[in-house]
Every structure is written in C-alpha cells, then in structure tokens.
Design a protein around this ligand. Structure first.
Ligand code: IMP
Length: 200
C-alpha cells in the first residue's frame, strides 16, 4: 500500500466560485486527494495583469492561510473586438452572471468579428510559499448573439466553442472538460500533480 492510500494529501480548492469548484471536484475525483474548500470569508486581491499572476496570488494566499496545498484557477474571456476585454476583469465586469452577459452582448452589439478565447491559468502552491505547478489552457470560439443552454456558469451560455456548434452551457460537464480551457489546463496539470503526489 502506498503512503497516498493511507493518508491522502489535502488539497484546498482556492475558489469561492461554485461553478469552478464543481468542475474541479469532477476533474480531481479520481486522484488520491482529500479536497477541501477555501477558508470562509477569505478575499484575495487580484492585482495581477495576467491570468497566471492572479492564479499564483490566489494559490499562495490560500495555501498560506490554510496551511495546506492549494489549487487556484484564474480564468476569463477575452473578446477580440473588445480589445481583449473583459479578460482578467471577467468576474468584475458586472454584478451577476446575467448582468455580465447583458453587458458583453451590449458592448459587442452587432459586430461582425465575434471571435473570443477563454483562458484558465492553474497554480498549485504550498504553505511555505513554494509554487509547485503552473499551467494554462485555452479554448477558441465566438460570442453568440443571444444566450443558449442551461448548464454551466458565468459566460457559458454565450460562448460557442469552435467546431462544436454548441455553447458551453449546452454541453455536459464531460464535454466541457474535453473541449474547455479548464479541462485543457487540467490535462497538462494532472501528470505533474500525480508525480508530485508520488514523491511526497
Ligand atoms: P476569477 O478567475 O475568479 O477571477 O473569475 C473568472 C470569471 O470568468 C468568472 O466569474 C466567470 O465570469 C468567468 N469564467 C471563468 N471560467 C469560466 C467558464 O468556464 N465559463 C464561463 N465563465 C467563466
């Protein structure tokens, strides 16, 4: 029996976003990890100018505060015709998911170029301040003229994934995992994380 069978490593999911947490619980389910939520009330200022910098800030802060390894995701949507907005400000673009979608559709208007890209930067950090892993995944697509689908979260109903004719909100969790930015980032992270878990 390996040490990971006896005492699974605790990993704190450094996010208060229920949609992200649900996706990570699904992605991490088969690994020898005991998943925990981040401490209540913890607010990390996302002062970075890149997804990677913000993921690092969140992972380090949550690892330090919880005393455990922490996995953070900073992600967002960059729309070509809006000069890359909302980008790292995706969560702060408006007060709620429906308002964020409404603002996005309003600002894009009837623009011909509706191309956009989702990016997810993942970081695993340790309580002593060491950055253990960092990866990024991307997904190309375009912004629909109206929301479609009931699944997912955030901008999912208005992001159609290239070559699928489906928005993220029209996909199952499994399809989004295969096609999406977070699933792609996780595919890069997983072998490295497994290696780390074996070494502990
Ligand atoms: P943050 O990474 O917590 O700063 O927030 C990222 C924001 O980008 C979320 O609040 C969502 O609005 C949006 N976002 C990130 N990933 C996704 C996704 O997979 N689908 C839809 N929206 C997303």
């Amino acid at each position: 029996m390996s040490s990971t069978d006896v005492c699974p490593r605790i990993l704190v999911i450094a996010s208060g976003n229920a949609g992200k947490v649900r996706e990570f619980r699904n992605l991490l389910a088969h690994l020898p990890l005991q998943l925990q939520s981040q401490p209540e009330g913890l607010q990390v200022d996302e002062t970075g100018t890149t997804f990677a910098a913000n993921a690092r800030l969140k992972a380090l802060a949550v690892a330090r505060c919880s005393g455990q390894w922490a996995l953070a995701d900073d992600s967002g949507l960059s729309v070509t015709a809006l000069g890359g907005a909302p980008g790292v400000h995706s969560a702060r673009y408006a007060a709620s998911d429906p308002e964020r979608i409404a603002r996005l559709l309003r600002e894009l208007g009837d623009a011909d170029d509706r191309s956009a890209q989702f990016c997810a930067a993942l970081c695993v950090a340790a309580p002593d301040g060491e950055v253990l892993l960092e990866v990024e995944g991307r997904c190309n697509g375009w912004i629909t003229t109206a929301p479609r689908g009931d699944g997912g979260f955030g901008y999912d109903p208005v992001f159609e994934v290239e070559e699928t004719e489906a928005t993220f909100a029209e996909m199952t969790l499994e399809q989004k995992r295969l096609e999406g930015h977070r699933g792609r980032a996780f595919a890069l992270l997983e072998p490295q994380l497994k290696k780390l878990l074996l070494l502990q």
